[in-house]
Design a protein around this ligand. Structure first.
Ligand code: WT7
Length: 645
């Protein structure tokens, strides 16, 4: 069992939640969950107050997830208007561009002005309450303006990571039925240009149904505009009215859609509802990072992920906090870039991912120590388990040994953090994702589907709903029920394995479904495999994760070719290019092994479990191979893998 790091006294003295308070409030929040959330809901400015707190059931035959359902509100009013006029001239966003020296400050008044104008532009284009608008933008203030403008008029944003390809974007535009897309001329990442408008043009052509594309200027490059369809951000906003009345939205009306990968089939668009999400995200953000007025917050996630939605955009905005918005990557122009940004803006709370920490660790301590990081008070980690080595480095080198690390466990589906060592309340244990948040009831299920009492390992589930939980998968409610509620009736199933120790800490042991976690990003094996199999030379493909020093997991592909297609380096390169083109650079395989045949059971299901062990070099421990239809296939793959090393 790993060691405990005591809570720093200076932090505990003024923390929102201390140890006794956590124990008492947590116990209370489970006994009277509705009372707890009713109190938290006072954080939001409602237009019409709700009467009923919740109506929920995780019974797959009668799934209900309703929170504050008869209340009404507007998200942008809660994120922006209510901080005015008091904070009008104070910074809402401290933007740092990809290149050092390129920066902008956006005040609350400027943010409000831009949001209102863009909301009017959207209205003018016929966007109405409930319509989905797809946002494909770099990490620039305009991206946040775009999200807020949507919710001002009750429209639903669907942000697509700007590292995704035109095809991935087209799928998401089509699935959501978006008629308006907001993008930028180009993006910049690590000094490299990302042709966003060009990708968007291709995606719009492929998807069909898009009437208008709004183009913000980032690099100022000349990009082709389609007359009648494309609209320049700057020109349109300049002409727009600077006041847009906020729409009155029901608490259970959708706020946004966000796509993530599942174990089967196509990416799924998780739908989040307005009221519950804002209540839980706004209150939990402040609690888990122990934010106090005046603290500068920085979350390094890209806007295309849920981390950014909840804890970089909605959390800080709801609380009227100043946050850093950084466009670039941690290693450009050098390995000290993050540390110089922390020093420049006197960042107090820094929320990042283990994969980045592992890559920066390799550069040694010197780039960190050149900078004054004494402003830091709380550090956060998300996306995958943080290995104890990376934990200790982050704690000692970056945090100077004085900052607790909040290892936040949650998912796109959960909307909000579920397991976390609240600073001031829960001492840190490196490698463990801490303890449940208020109102959250984790259940460890054994292989027979029975809850494990006390310490033990199993599947991580949750009993009982929480307000920020996703309500459905867009256009596929059956899949929502099947994926999350059917495996363990009356429980939400995360897809993760977990271990609970005697002190009640949870350690995530990794995905137990066919989902990979590459650099903290989810990739479904089926999605990767069908992309490989779409190449004319490929008969069949199987993808597994292999341990990777920096990325956590990397993609290892086994590919069977059609006869008449010789194995070659050129073909290998073509398959890599195909993955990057269809999905994006994050889908680049680490290795491709030509397999004459793939191991399957008698029902024809590919045994990825066996392949995963071969890919990791564990030839002597292939697990149960008695169900194999063709054991020779495995011998041949082992031979080839050995030879490839
Ligand atoms: C999956 C969710 C939630 C924001 C980022 C990813 C893994 C996430 C942790 C953590 C161990 C973690 C899980 C989870 N994960 N945070 N602190 N410790 N594992 O969101 O893309 O929806 O992925 O990421 O496997 O199921 P996501």
């Amino acid at each position: 069992m790993s060691e405990l790091f005591p809570i720093p006294q200076t932090l505990a003295a003024r923390a929102h939640v201390d140890q006794p308070t956590y124990r008492r409030r947590y116990a209370e929040s489970l006994r009277t969950t509705e009372d707890f959330w009713e109190e938290e809901a006072a954080f939001i400015d409602w237009i019409r107050p709700f009467r009923e707190v919740s109506d929920t059931s995780f019974d797959p035959a009668d799934l209900r997830i309703r929170w504050f359902a008869d209340g009404t509100l507007n998200a942008s009013v809660n994120c922006i208007d209510r901080h005015l006029p008091a904070k009008a001239d104070r910074p809402a966003i401290l933007w740092e561009g990809d290149r050092p020296g390129e920066s902008r400050t956006v005040t609350w008044a400027e943010l409000a002005d831009q949001v209102n104008r863009l909301a009017n532009v959207l209205r003018g284009l016929g966007v109405a309450k409930g319509d989905v608008v797809t946002i494909y933008m770099p990490v620039i203030p305009e991206a946040i303006v775009a999200m807020m403008a949507c919710v001002r008029i009750g429209a639903v944003h669907s942000v697509v990571f700007s590292g995704f390809s035109a095809e991935a974007l087209a799928d998401r535009i089509r699935d959501a039925g978006a008629r308006v897309v907001i993008t930028a001329d180009e993006g910049l990442r690590g000094g490299r240009v990302v042709p966003l408008k060009r990708n968007a043009d291709r995606a719009v052509a492929a998807a069909g149904g898009v009437d208008h594309v709004i183009v913000a200027a980032r690099t100022g490059a000349r990009v082709p505009l389609t007359p009648g369809r494309d609209i320049r951000w700057g020109a349109a906003l300049a002409l727009a009215d600077p006041w847009c009345p906020p729409a009155e939205v029901g608490a259970d009306d959708p706020l946004f859609v966000l796509y993530t990968s599942g174990s089967t089939g196509r990416p799924k668009g998780l739908v989040h509802a307005t009221g519950g999400y804002l209540v839980q995200v706004g209150t939990s953000w402040r609690t888990i990072f122990d934010w106090h007025e005046g603290d500068v917050f920085w979350c390094t996630a890209d806007i295309g992920w849920v981390t950014a939605h909840s804890y970089k955009i909605y959390g800080p905005l709801l609380n009227g906090a100043t946050s850093v918005l950084f466009e670039g990557i941690p290693t450009f122009p050098d390995h000290a870039r993050w540390w110089s940004v922390i020093e420049k803006h006197r960042v107090a709370i820094f929320y990042t991912a283990p994969t980045a920490i592992r890559s920066l660790m390799r550069e040694g301590e010197a780039p960190v120590l050149r900078h004054d990081l004494s402003s830091l008070r709380v550090l956060g980690s998300v996306g995958e388990p943080i290995n104890p080595d990376a934990w200790r480095w982050l704690h000692r080198v970056v945090g100077g040994g004085r900052c607790p690390i909040v290892d936040t466990y949650w998912q796109t589906e959960t909307g909000s953090v579920l397991l976390v060592p609240i600073p001031g309340a829960v001492p840190n244990k490196p490698g463990a994702a801490g303890k449940p948040y208020f109102g959250i009831c984790p259940v460890v299920m054994d292989s027979a589907g029975r809850p494990v009492a006390g310490a033990g390992r199993g599947s991580l589930c949750f009993a009982g709903s929480w307000p920020a939980q996703a309500r459905t998968i867009l256009n596929d409610h059956d899949r929502f029920i099947r994926t999350y509620f059917a495996p363990f009736p009356d429980h939400y199933f995360t897809g993760d394995g977990v271990e609970r120790d005697r002190d009640g800490y949870y350690r995530i042991t990794g995905r137990i479904d066919d989902v990979l976690n590459v650099s903290g990003h989810r990739l479904g094996t089926v999605e990767l495999e069908s992309t490989l199999a779409s190449h004319p030379a490929v008969a069949e493909a199987a993808v597994v994760g292999i341990p990777h020093e920096i990325k956590g997991q990397a993609i290892f592909a086994f590919v069977t070719l059609k006869s008449g297609h010789p194995e070659s380096g050129t073909l290998r390169a073509a398959l890599v290019a195909l993955m990057r083109e269809r999905i994006g650079p994050i889908a680049t395989p680490e290795a491709i092994l030509w397999a004459p045949a793939l191991p399957k059971n008698r029902a024809g299901k590919i045994l990825r479990r066996v392949l995963a062990r071969i890919a990791a070099g564990n030839y002597d421990d292939l697990g149960d191979t008695t169900t194999l239809a063709d054991p020779e296939a495995v011998d041949e793959i082992v031979r080839r893998h050995r030879a490839s090393l």
